[in-house]
Design a protein around this ligand. Structure first.
Ligand SMILES: NC(=O)c1ccc[n+]([C@@H]2O[C@H](COP(=O)([O-])OP(=O)(O)OC[C@H]3O[C@@H](n4cnc5c(N)ncnc54)[C@H](OP(=O)(O)O)[C@@H]3O)[C@@H](O)[C@H]2O)c1
Length: 329
């Protein structure tokens, strides 16, 4: 295959629905002194990709090449790159632009992949697994015996959180949107799982916890769940709002934290927790060790060709996916 043949990717020229994802030729270029060109083997799909595509999040440049997570092989290195070689297996999360067959990335954002971690697994955990890692260790450090509520428990991040919480000895309550998803979340570590499309999750959490409530709620659904989430918290509990798959929270007030029982709230972003090379490396090492030991397993529920990214977005936004989705170039 010539270099020209591999210069294909997904481009968005104007914000819109999945149909805005256009399979087209892209220009890869050559790496600068501190950069590396990689040939990508697997690309992760994340809900954040839909926020950028739809225009909910501002674009760094126009047109947009979406995608924030991928794995592949180093094909060319810049003159100042000392710790990587052509042929190394690597993975990254960010910068944006992963929906393409090959690309140039800053060498400092790459981590070397242990041999045991396949490309599709790596492309499903660099963003989602590092998110589970920072949420559980730094955002609200969960300890044995804590009661934890996680929404979208059968999703990409959700299945990783369930398994990880089990290893921490937490009592975990997941919510999921169908009987099939409830069963999969239960099989992935959650102590209890509530179908929040048919049940009032806040009432069920009250029942499960004997009215004690949760130490922390990890809420990535947003608009449809945040009010119920606050009701699920103990006095001085923590509301970790890390995504908005149902839409942005528009009407939250600081006084909601007072009336909920002196609650704490944060709206964290992974990229603020892996800004430095040292922090990225140590969080990735923790994640890879848990994958290697089998404590946490990646669940790639869907695979699609990169050129069919639009279908993958339709499935994700339609709540029809389980675990992670990976695009194959
Ligand atoms: N802050 C950060 O740094 C960070 C990092 C990574 C991910 N995130 C966030 O974490 C969340 C999970 O990401 P993911 O990529 O793993 O996605 P995902 O959880 O696999 O997919 C989103 C899930 O949200 C649920 N959902 C509830 N209401 C929905 C609605 N109206 N439309 C669509 N989905 C709805 C669906 O599960 P049910 O059918 O079970 O309800 C759906 O499967 C996203 O909100 C994402 O933005 C944040």
């Amino acid at each position: 295959m010539t270099v020209e043949n591999t210069d294909m990717g997904i481009v968005v020229r104007a914000a819109g629905g999945p149909e805005a994802l256009e399979w087209t030729a892209v220009n890869t270029g050559s790496p600068g002194p501190a950069e590396v060109r990689i040939v990508q083997r697997a690309i992760g799909v994340n809900f954040i990709d839909t926020y950028f595509r739809s225009g909910l999040y501002p674009w760094p440049s126009t047109p947009l090449i979406p995608g924030a997570e991928a794995a592949g092989v180093v094909a060319e290195i810049g003159t100042e790159v000392a710790d990587l070689r052509v042929g190394d297996r690597v993975a990254y999360t960010m910068p944006l632009g992963a929906y393409r067959m090959q690309r140039v990335v800053p060498a400092e954002r790459l981590v070397k992949l242990p041999d045991a971690i396949a490309f599709d697994v790596a492309a499903s955990v660099m963003l989602k697994g590092l998110t589970a890692q920072f949420l559980l260790t730094s955002c609200f450090p969960v300890k044995a015996g804590d009661t934890v509520l996680v929404h979208a428990a059968a999703g990409g991040v959700g299945l990783l959180l369930g398994q990880w919480l089990k290893t921490l000895g937490a009592i975990s309550i997941g919510t999921a949107g169908s009987p099939e998803k409830v069963a999969i979340a239960k099989a992935n570590g959650y102590t209890h799982v509530i179908d929040y499309r048919t049940e009032d999750f806040a009432a069920r959490v009250k029942q499960i916890t004997g009215s004690a409530g949760c130490d922390v709620v990890y809420d990535s659904v947003g608009k449809d769940t945040w009010r119920g989430s606050l009701k699920c918290l103990k006095l001085r509990g923590s509301f970790v709002h890390f995504g908005q798959s149902s839409g942005m929270i528009a009407d939250f007030k600081f006084s909601d934290l007072a009336s909920g029982g002196s609650l704490f709230a944060t709206r964290p972003m992974l990229f603020d927790y892996i800004k430095s090379r040292a922090e990225l490396s140590s969080r990735a090492a923790d994640l890879f060790a848990r994958l290697a030991s089998g404590e946490v397993k990646a669940h790639v529920g869907q695979r699609a060709a990169l050129r069919d990214a639009a279908d993958a977005h339709r499935e994700l936004e339609g709540r029809r996916t389980i675990g992670a989705t990976v695009l194959l170039p």
